[in-house]
Design a protein around this ligand. Structure first.
Ligand SMILES: [Zn+2]
Length: 468
């Protein structure tokens, strides 16, 4: 058996997911993600280690940018193979990639102007990593597959996608390689979701695989003491309504916004919050919500039951979709308490900034965070208790109530990752711990060695191994 596996990203770090498999004369990638950590972003600009036109295909686990965000650069470099992914991943990726290209173009323009003003040159070229045209060229390559139906990638190589329960359409992928009557299987965990989350099905469990790659984003942590999401939501909505303020929720467009609608729907049906207008004020979140509506076949039992009873969270009473900037601005003129869900999730851009300008200085209003706030972002400053913040070039005092709900994570924690790995009965020949900061990955690798006694390692960037 001769299968070569190269770790080209998400090796001792979280983003830039990319693995290369070479077997039976077929060369294919699993994921082609964008590096998002500040200190690793330079890798986005490095030339690909092999010419993109020599890659036969790409298997895409899901539509998060750190898994699909470098695809347009690959296509710009003359990759012409198929990008296999589920239909939902394909539809969400289209939205995500066009948005990303737009941001790349804006960033390049901004940098060009700043460098010109300051009379200096930056470390990277002042051109976009890829353009909207490159993103558009990528879309025809997206080739939808169904869960649990094997696809032929090349001679003696097939791949099967399974539900990962992480975001809509997310997949775990099992690759099978046949050589001289022998067969090996390589299982890619993708991002492992969580059990009993709203809307989505639970992560798929596997009983066997020869080689396993498992993510470890939360490989050294447990999601505990996060409080009850519904309880916290109803508390803040009720108290803000009493005070006469508005509730602004900076939210990620993919999954988080839809989950929020689900929780608001539950609270409304149980009569735990008053009937308020809820604005979904993010063109991207609106687009992604439409993808959800196209794919009821991916919903879990509870969500299907809501649909059958015509109580879908996407038809939440009071829900207003604001597509245009003018509709968004009109929200300011509404009297009485409203709930505004707007991007971006970390307040680094998008319409949420305008709402913060209107609400952050009002003691009766609330800013509710439902996702991770990275270091250096406006969201992080607010969460950490800044007394005043700069938004769109002006300084505002933070007088509104600031609340963070941590229970929304889409990633399995250490025990949930262990639950997933433990589905595999027979010890694999080798297990690779990927997609986690070095500490988290090593912690989880040690945990697995101790509990299972398996062959486990934590590969480094650009490591190559031969699977026999
Ligand atoms: Zn993800």
């Amino acid at each position: 058996m001769q299968i070569k596996l190269s770790f080209l990203g998400a090796a001792q770090n979280v983003t830039g997911s990319r693995y290369l498999l070479e077997a039976n004369g077929v060369r294919f990638l699993v994921d082609c993600g964008l590096y998002q950590e500040r200190e690793l972003r330079h890798r986005n600009w490095e030339p690909f280690s092999i010419p993109p036109e020599t890659i036969d295909a790409l298997l895409l686990t899901h539509a998060h940018l750190d898994h699909c965000g470098l695809l347009p650069k690959l296509v710009k470099g003359r990759f012409q193979g198929k990008v296999y992914c589920t239909a939902a991943t394909s539809e969400i990726s289209q939205i995500v990639l066009l948005d990303s290209a737009h941001i790349q173009e804006e960033d390049a323009e901004f940098k060009r102007n700043r460098h010109k003003r300051e009379g200096r040159k930056g470390p990277y070229p002042e051109i976009p990593l890829y353009t909207t045209d490159d993103a558009r060229d990528t879309l025809p390559l997206l080739s939808p597959v169904r869960y649990e139906e094997p696809v032929r990638i090349g001679d003696g190589v097939e791949a099967t996608f399974y539900d990962a329960g992480h975001i809509l359409g997310s997949s775990m992928i099992k690759v099978k390689v046949k050589q001289n009557e022998e067969e090996r299987s390589i299982l890619f965990s993708g991002d492992v979701g969580r059990w009993d989350k709203p809307i989505l099905c639970d992560p798929t469990l596997f009983d066997e695989a020869d080689y396993v790659l498992v993510e470890s984003t939360y490989g050294d942590r447990l999601h505990k003491d996060q409080g009850n999401i519904d309880e916290m939501l109803s508390q803040i909505i009720n108290s803000t309504e009493k005070a006469g303020g508005n509730i602004v929720i900076p939210s990620f467009a993919v999954e988080r916004s839809q989950e929020l609608l689900y929780h608001l729907n539950t609270l409304l049906m149980e009569d735990r919050i008053p009937h308020l207008m809820v604005f979904l004020d993010s063109p991207m979140a609106i687009g992604v919500t439409e993808v959800f509506e196209h794919h009821p076949e991916l919903f879990d039992e509870e969500m299907m039951e809501l649909i059958r009873r015509r109580e879908s969270p996407f038809d939440l009473p009071g829900l207003k979709i604001t597509r245009t900037a003018a509709e968004s601005k009109a929200i300011n003129h509404i009297r009485g308490t409203v709930i505004i869900i707007a991007g971006s999730g970390m307040c680094t851009g998008g319409r949420v900034k305008h709402h913060l300008v209107n609400e952050i200085w009002r003691p009766e209003s609330a800013i509710l965070f439902v996702g991770y706030q990275a270091f250096g972002t406006l969201g992080r400053q607010i969460v950490e208790g800044a007394k005043e913040v700069r938004i769109l070039g002006q300084t505002y005092p933070v007088r509104g109530r600031v609340v963070q709900i941590n229970g929304f994570s889409a990633h399995a924690d250490r025990d949930e990752l262990f639950r997933w790995v433990s589905g595999i009965g027979k010890p694999p020949k080798h297990l690779f711990v990927t997609h986690g900061e070095a500490d988290a990955a090593h912690h989880f690798a040690n945990f697995l060695r101790e509990k299972k006694g398996w062959q486990v390692s934590v590969p480094s960037y650009r490591d190559e191994v031969i699977l026999d």
